[in-house]
Ligand binder design. Sequence first.
Ligand code: SF4
Length: 420
Amino acid sequence: MSINTLISRLFRSFNRRLLGFEESSAGIRLPAPEADRLYLLYLHVPYCVVLCPFCSFHRVEFERSKTERYFACLRSEIQLMTDAGFNFDELYVGGGTPTVLPEELLSTIKLAQDQHPITGVSVETNPDHLRRDNLLRLHDAGVTRLSVGVQSFDDRLLKEMRRFDEYGSSIEIKRRLRRMQGIFETFNVDMIFNFPHQTESSLHRDLDVLIEEIGVDQVSFYPLMTAGATRKKMFQTMGSVDYSREQSFYRIIAERMLSAGYTRTSSWCFSRRPGMFDEYIAGREEYVGLGSGSFSYLQGSLFASTFSINDYLRLVGDGLTGTARRREMTPRNQMRYYLLMQLFSGALDKEAAETRFNGRFQRKMWPELAALRAAGAIHSSANTITLTESGYYLWVLLMREFFTGVNNLRDQMRQHQVVR
Ligand code: SF4
């Protein structure tokens, strides 16, 4: 067994402990905010016009009247957080497809901006929503980062993903992406690697488009992740995943992106300049997530909102938040979580870690740090711990495990619920 596999297995058991949420009564309160602290706010909009077979995110089919009610609930939750004393300075709206009802999205962003000193707003969308008028309205509403889910420019793969008819051919997607240039501070494209029928030459063609043809500001290149509930459907429509190719695909991506002048802002995100990036959980230790299926991390506890849209609408309609579960972490697991998230962005500041954990971080984390050093995954200097090249790929594995754990948790919670 390779040391990477061993570390991944150990991590999987940590993951199970981390995500083993206790049953709680729905509508539980988040802890009060710390005075003068600024938090990141994440809003989840789960609606999509088409449900892609590989996707394990929390998403449901779009239905206009329910989506309108859902956005109204998001605004009620923002108001509850404001009344509780939270102050937010960054806003991420993810999904699903948050732009599915632009008017609702814009008034939700505006409410958050009116009540909080928000300096950056990131919104996810799909290629069919890249109309020039939509883009300008989002920009004028203060959106600084627009992230477009493309996944691949290979028409065969787009057809297998059932995205070709809804979101367009690769030629059409490229034409739409060019309209985005110069509008937002950061223009991100989400891609996926290691699809069952993806080849190295198909991946190289995707990289040619991103780097040479379009010249995007930022690319988030996710490894294909499948949770239990989507694995069968994905296998039927797209084939089975071969994880043995994942590392060589990742190497191609990293080499091409880095040699084109991009820097790695997380293990799988490459940027031309500083700015917001998808994995806000790596950049900000504490955050508040609102909306069905969102997570919050506050004062050493992880909170999950209900995955049932009906329960969510009912809870918020009753004046509560959608938060339904809480997982309190031991101090040691808080340190492991901190290590995982900090190194996801490539580096951990030792002094900041010691300050955060009252001088106990390196003393308590020595077994984890020793294992990572033995695996050749980290370098340690006087002030910082950084990932090595092989460490970056190990972090792709660990974060894939983490998100697969999150997706499996969603599946388990859905089994007890009617999701729509
Ligand atoms: S990949 Fe994007 S568009 Fe497709 S189902 Fe998932 S969230 Fe919706």
